[in-house]
Design a protein. Structure first.
Length: 364
């Protein structure tokens, strides 16, 4: 349906008089939710003093045979631990959302003060909603694409072989049982002392309550509808669907400049993408948005979706989202009778803490 062209209709009785507009309503229910559960749980407050938070990881000590009386000669021996690993998170991403409004000329487009105030209120509300969208989409896209191959942090589940020639409900049950078995085995391994589930190769074990499962919605929908009775087990069920992200967030980062295809190539960050031919207007996209056909995203700013990714397993503190500040300001320009509103904020470059697991489980 075309945008309203501003033409009033002639009155049915008096053709020289035009029917007036009944009312003007501005949609205010634009953003009901942003799938922000993950980023809300991951937020870590920074301060205005300093810009970096340091995380130190240490490994287990060792035991040695004890030689009873002979040990007296070793009384002054030194037993220094190995240097700890140190990872830095730095607040180095700063963004600003801008909006210009006025209380004079634009007011002439509205029939009364109520409609005009509603419009201005909605537009100023977009400042906060835009930040919420930025936070959620940026974080979700990172979670869905971040991977590590160190140790056993990339796990493949061979559903195809397990299902074999089975079809219908039988195939669904086998598929559910296969995924459930993989989850059960993984939980056992994570509770055991192991070097397999952190990038440092340090000995670690994890409390299941500290682990979160981030599910691909396509996998959840398929299992929930057909396979749930098959995988019933309290510890598994507690983690099933714990956090669910739309399938569009799961994929593989493109390490080279990649052209949009309108179907599977999506933006990893909020950015302006340029036309492939180099001429024409840029298009603005948020993280998780499709890169439009005919446009190109630079290296490491896009990803290709992968429906084979079933879920991610990570520690609740694996990916901190550290904020610097979030401040709203405004400025009235008496020359143009306009009012500029700004929302300025900062956060760290997203990265996972190497001391914690970041496990990707996908179909083989």
């Amino acid at each position: 349906m075309a945008n309203y062209n501003g033409q009033l209709k002639s009155n049915e009785i008096f053709s020289s008089i035009y029917n007036m507009i009944i009312s003007q309503q501005v949609f205010a229910d634009n953003i009901a939710g942003t799938k922000s559960e993950l980023v809300d749980a991951a937020k870590v407050d920074g301060t205005l003093y300093g810009d970096t938070k340091l995380y130190y990881a240490t490994d287990v000590l060792s035991s040695a045979p004890w030689g009873n009386d002979a040990e007296a000669a070793n009384l002054l021996a030194l037993h220094r631990p190995e240097d700890p690993k140190c990872q830095a998170l730095t607040i180095d991403k700063f963004r600003q959302i801008s909006l210009t409004v006025d209380n004079y000329l634009s007011k002439r487009a509205w029939g009364d003060e109520t409609a005009f105030s509603s419009f201005n209120s909605v537009m100023q509300g977009w400042l906060g909603d835009t930040k919420k969208i930025y936070d959620a989409t940026t974080y979700n896209a990172y979670v869905g694409t971040a991977t590590t191959d160190v140790g056993r942090q990339t796990i493949e589940v061979d559903v195809t072989t397990a299902v074999g020639s089975a079809t219908g409900e039988e195939a669904a049950r086998i598929e559910g049982a296969t995924i459930a078995e993989a989850i059960a085995n993984l939980l056992v391994d994570l509770k055991d002392v192991s070097r397999d589930f952190n990038d440092y190769g340090f000995l670690r074990s994890y409390n299941v309550d500290d682990l979160i499962f981030v599910w691909n919605s396509k996998a959840v929908s398929k299992i929930e509808k057909r396979d749930l009775p098959t995988i019933y087990h309290k510890e598994i069920m507690d983690k099933f669907g714990e956090y669910t992200l739309p399938a569009r967030y799961f994929g593989t980062v493109n390490t080279q400049a990649t052209d949009g295809n309108g179907t599977t190539v999506r933006s990893l960050i909020e950015q302006d993408v340029s036309p492939k031919q180099g001429s024409g207007a840029k298009k603005h996209v948020f993280a998780g948005d499709l890169i439009p056909s005919g446009y190109t995203a630079t290296a490491n700013t896009s990803y290709t979706t992968n429906d084979k990714i079933l879920f991610k397993v990570m520690h609740k503190n694996s990916i901190p989202y550290m904020s610097a500040f979030s401040v709203g300001t405004s400025f009235f320009n008496p020359k143009s009778l306009t009012e500029n509103h700004y929302l300025t904020f900062g956060h760290n470059t997203l990265q996972y803490l190497q001391n914690y697991p970041l496990i990707t489980v996908k179909e083989k």
